[in-house]
Design a protein around this ligand. Sequence first.
Ligand SMILES: *[C@@H]1O[C@H](CO)[C@@H](O)[C@H](O)[C@H]1NC(C)=O
Ligand SMILES: *[C@@H]1O[C@H](CO)[C@@H](O)[C@H](O)[C@H]1NC(C)=O
Ligand SMILES: *[C@@H]1O[C@H](CO)[C@@H](O)[C@H](O)[C@H]1NC(C)=O
Ligand SMILES: *[C@@H]1O[C@H](CO)[C@@H](O)[C@H](O)[C@H]1NC(C)=O
Ligand SMILES: *[C@@H]1O[C@H](CO)[C@@H](O)[C@H](O)[C@H]1NC(C)=O
Length: 486
Amino acid sequence: MKAALLLASVAVACVAALPHPDAIPMRARQGSVYKDSVMALQWNAANSGWQRNMTVNYFEQLIDHSNPALGTFQQRWWGDFSAFTNQSEYAMLYINGEAEAHGSPDGYPAVYGRNISAAMFGLEHRYYGESMPAPLTNRSMLNYLTVENALADLEAFRLYLQGTVLKKEVKWFICGGSYSGALSAWSKATYPTSYLAAWSSSGVVNARFDYYAFDGHIVSVLPAVCEKAIRSVFDQFSAAYDDPTQRAAMMAIFGTPAYFTKEDMAWMLADGSAMAVQYGSKNYLCDSIVPLSKTNPFEQYSTIIKALWGESFTSSCYYSTECLSNAQYSDQWAAAGYAWVYQCCSQLAYWQSGYPNSLRLDVITTDYYINQCRSAFGQNTFPDTYTFNAKFGGATPNATNVIALQGSDDPWQTAGVQAPLGPNYPEVLAQCNGCGHCGDLMSPLPTDPASLTAQREAIVNYLDLWLGRQQQQQVQLPKSKRNKFF
Ligand SMILES: *[C@@H]1O[C@H](CO)[C@@H](O)[C@H](O)[C@H]1NC(C)=O
Ligand SMILES: *[C@@H]1O[C@H](CO)[C@@H](O)[C@H](O)[C@H]1NC(C)=O
Ligand SMILES: *[C@@H]1O[C@H](CO)[C@@H](O)[C@H](O)[C@H]1NC(C)=O
Ligand SMILES: *[C@@H]1O[C@H](CO)[C@@H](O)[C@H](O)[C@H]1NC(C)=O
Ligand SMILES: *[C@@H]1O[C@H](CO)[C@@H](O)[C@H](O)[C@H]1NC(C)=O
């Protein structure tokens, strides 16, 4: 009864495909998208009589893998042995990134893992949640927050699990979504013999400096009338911000603090609708913004983005240079974390900049982001994405037995693998109105579009193949025009 009620309420709010809650950033976790996703996961778990393991463990991890003399910190992890027996041959390492972690893996990775009797592990990413080499307020310690250290963390942890926890050789696969989807592919490339397979959900492997393709994709999937209404809100915002008689009243409607600059606020407003497209809420966004109110478009837009991402979204420190730079504000925010801002500032960028016909004001430039980073983290902070991509392969990671999953609405796919890189690096697209970021990681729901279900079947087929559970000829390869290798 309770489960049926839960599903009914999920289905009412339902969008074409819900994201896995792990893939939603901390700043957007107070609104309906996150709540619906968590509810759907719980409904699914209740239906299958299984719960993720919330009992925390700690692993003593090196602060810097290239300088062990710096000592260690405690990194949180969770294990699920519910399906693992002394006959079991498999183990899954699930990557948490960009946010604090809460327990052992759940969603579709856990469905598959249980089905093959795998031991399943989740490690909290360094500098998120409670896995802190030093308090975030100690900015000098942020030097050790690097992709290289995160990859070495995963490998050191895997070796510990195999030698000390499982005490036997098992066949490993690795899994993650978004930035963690990139870490999954990079792990397979960096430690090719450690894992038989990598599941890379919406993996943003290509660190893009001036990331114009992001808005390009959004514009290409939004109905023109919807795009026009959003652009009108931004233009009216620009005029109101520039008019001293209107600015304060306009910012009060949004609940945005006066220390937000025009660029900060434009970035927050643009992200509010971009994330709606990214997470499968495109229809909700467009139905709510069209027709645009002639009398109070700010109230209308504010109501939409607060409903999706939470009341505090429009005042989020994440978007404000002053907030990020002023310890009085940012240190209050340490729990939710500015670690991700630092990762973008120091290595990954993914800087969504405005340009003519983008879906954000053109005051948002790479210079804006660079200055924000310098102000927050020091003059030498700069993401050398060219060197980074030369090292990790950019859009073509040097790895095999990786499956790249994408959603057709998701703007982040333009920082990922968008075509098969060979027979052992397929790319499978879920194509539907509302197929967004990391949809495959979510546990299956009765409301799922067919192409998302087909995408999950493809994951099982490839992983079964690479883990040695199935012969090549039995594998049903997905038919998609994107899969030109097959
Ligand atoms: C949950 O985690 C604890 C601590 O690692 C472990 O002892 C226990 O066996 C786990 N339970 C299940 C069902 O995996
Ligand atoms: C595996 O576990 C079962 C049941 O717990 C036990 O009877 C059997 O002896 C174990 N086998 C090995 C090889 O340890
Ligand atoms: C679970 O395993 C069974 C038997 O191997 C298989 O038929 C089924 O497709 C699997 N389901 C998933 C979700 O992996
Ligand atoms: C930052 O952390 C390092 C290493 O733990 C420590 O030596 C240093 O004193 C800390 N600095 C501040 C300002 O807390
Ligand atoms: C790609 O990876 C393979 C296997 O790890 C390695 O032998 C090869 O040198 C790599 N190629 C490049 C261009 O880095």
